[in-house]
Design a protein around this ligand. Structure first.
Ligand code: FAD
Length: 435
């Protein structure tokens, strides 16, 4: 199949472009005809169809991966949009700097981080990636490059952050790094018994730690429904690293090979993972990579879901009434027996997202992988979407391949405003599905 490498991470839906252009240099963009139905493609690590453009053109940005400017005093860095977070980290960490926000994989591009306005474990303390951007250079199909900041072309700036690649070609991004003393993390892992216990622990932890996230079991009913492991951390200091903390390879070592991941073993995995932590609290100093990117360390784990691929579903629910609706959603998931081993519960904080279509808003977010089993899977997710919609929540477009048009418009009331800034020649399969 031509262009079969240009699918999204979860291999669903399986739709392909008509052509793929791979510019070697930014200057080559001037010669590219930005004609109808064009879309940038980073590393295809989105789950769903925001990076797909059926029968249209994709521009693969992978060669546009240069660092343009870096100020070691201020931590401001400017890069081409096809650079990966991995490449940025390799350059900045040895100099004592770190990404202000990072998602759960470092194999994404800077352009992708902007277009989905990605969030990380520190949303409650730092907001989204977009909150740290100082300038975007955006090439539109009128062949004009717009330098956008909070103050100049500010609407285009806000539309491009979280703009799902629809406002034009992000050529470069300038953003602020954070300083770190060491490339290590101080981490506390704490077992919790059920969903209510999660809320108590989360309230306390958010005040104490910049990074928090929980793995949660979606296979157990009754009093232990929503039991899990809470992982909270911060960048370790030099003196902490020098002290005799137990040094481990990873804070979240999934004790598995990719072949382990299938429906039959999810329950067994959850039992193993939960009981692997013997004491209620464990404290570690670990390198930053296994803490932030545990899945990057399991080669090809996503292929284990089989040829039909899988869906990741991530929603956020505002705090009002959130406990009740989360219980309701957990009941649906547990009863369906369709949850996977990858279930992540986290809170989003107060910091407003800068993008018109940014997903994060204050509340609780749950992300779960589901093997694609046709109607059965789709029906369950439709049911969950309805609960999310009634409770004023929202779904993450960067992890969506199936939400209804009606739901999208309810979740993203700024969409009509956003359309004023959409580039008329940029389009995606996601856009055509929900517009
Ligand atoms: C294991 C794993 C963990 C993840 N964890 C998180 C997480 O914790 N938080 C989170 O927010 N996300 C998470 N994600 C999702 C991922 O971070 C986002 O989908 C990200 O946008 C993917 O970037 P990419 O470079 O692969 O872009 P692609 O998937 O190729 O494209 C994503 C969007 O960016 C647009 N785009 C890319 N480059 C440009 C450009 N130069 N100009 C204009 N538009 C562009 C595309 O058109 C598309 O709309 C995770 C994904 C994986 C696989």
């Amino acid at each position: 199949m031509e262009f079969e490498n240009y699918l999204s991470f979860n291999k669903y839906p399986k739709i392909l472009p008509k052509e793929v252009l791979i510019p070697s240099w930014l200057t080559e963009l001037d010669r590219i005809d930005l004609r109808n139905s064009i879309l940038c493609y980073g590393k295809g690590k989105s789950y769903g169809d925001v990076c797909l453009n059926e029968d249209g053109t994709l521009i693969d940005t992978s060669n546009l991966n240069h660092i343009i400017d870096f100020n070691n005093k201020t931590g401001i860095i400017k890069c081409e949009s096809g650079i990966t977070l991995k490449e940025i980290l390799e350059f900045v960490v040895p100099k004592g700097w770190f990404l202000p926000v990072t998602p759960g994989t470092k194999f994404i591009t800077l352009g992708g981080a902007v277009a989905n306005d990605v969030h990380g474990k520190n949303h409650h303390s730092a907001g989204t990636f977009g909150s740290h951007i100082t300038e975007i250079e955006l090439l539109r199909s009128d062949k004009v490059t717009y330098k956008c900041t909070k103050d100049v072309h500010s609407e285009l700036f806000a539309a491009t952050i979280g703009g799902l690649g629809l406002t034009g070609f992000i050529k470069t991004v300038e953003f602020q790094l954070i300083s770190i003393e060491t490339p290590f993390m101080y981490v506390e892992n704490i077992k919790f018994e059920n969903l209510d216990a999660f809320f108590d622990l989360n309230e306390e932890s958010e005040k104490l730690f910049p990074y928090t996230v929980s793995w949660v079991d979606c296979t157990t009913k009754g009093k232990k429904m929503g039991k899990g492991i809470y992982m909270r951390g911060r960048h370790a200091t030099k003196s902490e690293v020098n002290k005799s903390f137990e040094m481990k390879d990873g804070a979240l070592p999934f004790p598995i090979e990719a072949s382990f991941i299938n429906n039959l073993t999810v329950k067994a995995f959850n039992k193993l993972f939960y009981s692997k932590q013997f004491s209620k609290l464990s404290t570690q100093i670990v390198p930053f990579e296994p803490y932030f990117y545990p899945l990057d360390m399991i080669d090809g784990w996503e292929k284990a879901y089989g040829k039909n691929g899988f869906l990741q579903h991530q929603f956020v629910l505002p705090y009002d009434n959130c406990k009740k609706s989360l219980h309701q959603i957990f009941h649906e998931i547990v009863n369906s027996g369709m949850s996977s081993f990858l279930t992540v519960l986290k809170s989003f904080g107060e910091v407003d997202s800068p993008g018109m279509l940014s997903f994060p808003k204050k509340g609780i977010t749950l992300a779960i992988d589901y093997r694609m089993e046709g109607e059965k899977t789709l029906k369950l997710l439709d049911k969950i979407d309805d609960i999310v919609a009634v409770n004023n929540g929202s779904l993450y477009p960067g992890k969506d391949a199936r939400m209804s048009r009606e739901h999208f418009h309810k979740f993203y009331p700024n969409f009509q405003e956003f359309l004023k800034y959409k580039d008329p020649n940029f389009s995606s399969s996601f856009y055509r599905r929900i517009k």
